[in-house]
Ligand binder design. Structure first.
Ligand SMILES: CCC/C=C/C(=O)SCCNC(=O)CCNC(=O)[C@H](O)C(C)(C)COP(=O)([O-])OP(=O)([O-])OC[C@H]1O[C@@H](n2cnc3c(N)ncnc32)[C@H](O)[C@@H]1OP(=O)([O-])[O-]
Length: 307
């Protein structure tokens, strides 16, 4: 299966490095030997494993990837190694053609209690600015498949920011969302002041960021940060069921819908509407558009081929 590993490596390094490049360039080290070596190592193995995350396939036909943050002793504090593991686990599921959607979760006590404070404690400005700190955190936002955060317990600081990088957030009844960075002498650095403001509005986001006070699941739901709230022990199953429902549709059209919704964060209304229209026209270049509309007219279920 060397060709499969090679194809996946090509696809993954493309996501990590959107600029034009070739596999030869990758193997020559243009993309950084350690990175390519790590991806290659994971893909050469039939069962890639990670230190701080668990990656599995759930749902009908394994159509839902489930990534579980797994650093219980530190309440899933997002240390560098965990974020690396998360990136590669997501890329693995992104490259898997049977996976239609990905669920990201933590434990019942903590989705993630934030960036690792012990790792940050002695950093200086130059370490942060010139070093690789936070590099790779936004890999999650480049995943083209829908990512559903299933948040139980604490989603604080970087934990709340990671949840907000996902496309949909479902919460357990005891979830707590917060941006407490102000209490430790800093501010959010991975989207907390930006995505939170877009999600719940300026006044509420401001209050959370400058008091550090968290909100509970109910408030998060009322304020529009999360789509729905569930009993903690049912949360992950609900997220998987949602992933399965997404999996009933064409993967290519789903990724177009995701891109178009996300565009609304980046552009003016006029530009966003144009982007949407172009993608809408683009769906007419797919077999799945023909199949979807034909199935409706013929009163049968569509048989999408993701093409
Ligand atoms: C991305 C860039 C910007 C982002 C910035 C941030 O996210 S800033 C961060 C924003 N987040 C915060 O400010 C939240 C910080 N965390 C808390 O306030 C509390 O842990 C709690 C209220 C979440 C739970 O209280 P509880 O009494 O139930 O539990 P407990 O307190 O006993 O913790 C158990 C163990 O986990 C450890 N650990 C936990 N979190 C972190 C962490 N972020 N880091 C490292 N370690 C952490 C804790 O030290 C302890 O280990 P120890 O020392 O025994 O080896």
């Amino acid at each position: 299966m060397a060709w499969l590993a090679r194809a996946r490596l090509l696809q993954i390094t493309r996501i990590l490095h959107p600029a034009p490049w070739s596999l030869q360039e990758a193997s020559r080290g243009k993309l950084g030997a350690p990175l390519v070596a790590k991806v290659a190592r994971n893909y050469a193995s039939s069962a890639p494993s990670y230190k701080y995350v668990l990656a599995e396939k759930k749902g009908e036909g394994g159509c839902v990837g489930l990534v579980t943050l797994n650093r219980p002793k530190a309440l899933n504090a997002l240390c560098g190694e965990l974020m690396e593991d998360l990136k590669y686990a997501l890329l693995e599921l992104e490259a898997d053609p049977t996976v239609a959607a990905i669920v990201l979760t933590g434990s019942e006590k903590a989705f993630a209690a934030g960036a690792d404070i012990k790792e940050m404690q002695h950093k200086g400005f130059v370490d942060c600015y010139a070093g690789s700190f936070l590099q790779g955190w936004d890999a999650l936002t480049r995943i083209r498949k829908p990512v559903i955060a299933a948040v139980n317990g604490y989603a604080l600081g970087g934990g709340c920011e990671v949840a907000m990088m996902c496309d949909i957030i479902l919460a357990g009844e005891k979830a707590k969302f917060g941006q407490p960075e102000i209490s430790i002498g800093t501010i959010p650095g991975a989207g907390g002041t930006q995505r939170l403001t877009k999600a719940i509005g300026k006044s509420r986001a401001m209050q959370m960021c400058i008091t550090g006070d968290p909100i509970n699941a109910q408030q998060a739901s009322e304020w529009g940060l999360v789509s729905s709230v569930h009993p903690p022990d049912q949360l992950v199953n609900e997220a998987i069921k949602l992933g399965e429902r997404i999996g009933n549709h064409s993967k290519v059209i789903v990724s177009m819908a995701k891109a178009s919704v996300n565009k609304s964060y980046e552009t003016s209304l006029a530009e966003g509407l144009q982007f949407e229209k172009n993608l809408f026209y683009g769906t007419f270049a797919t077999k799945d558009q023909t199949e979807g509309m034909t199935a409706f007219v013929e009163k049968r279920k569509p048989n999408f081929t993701d093409s």
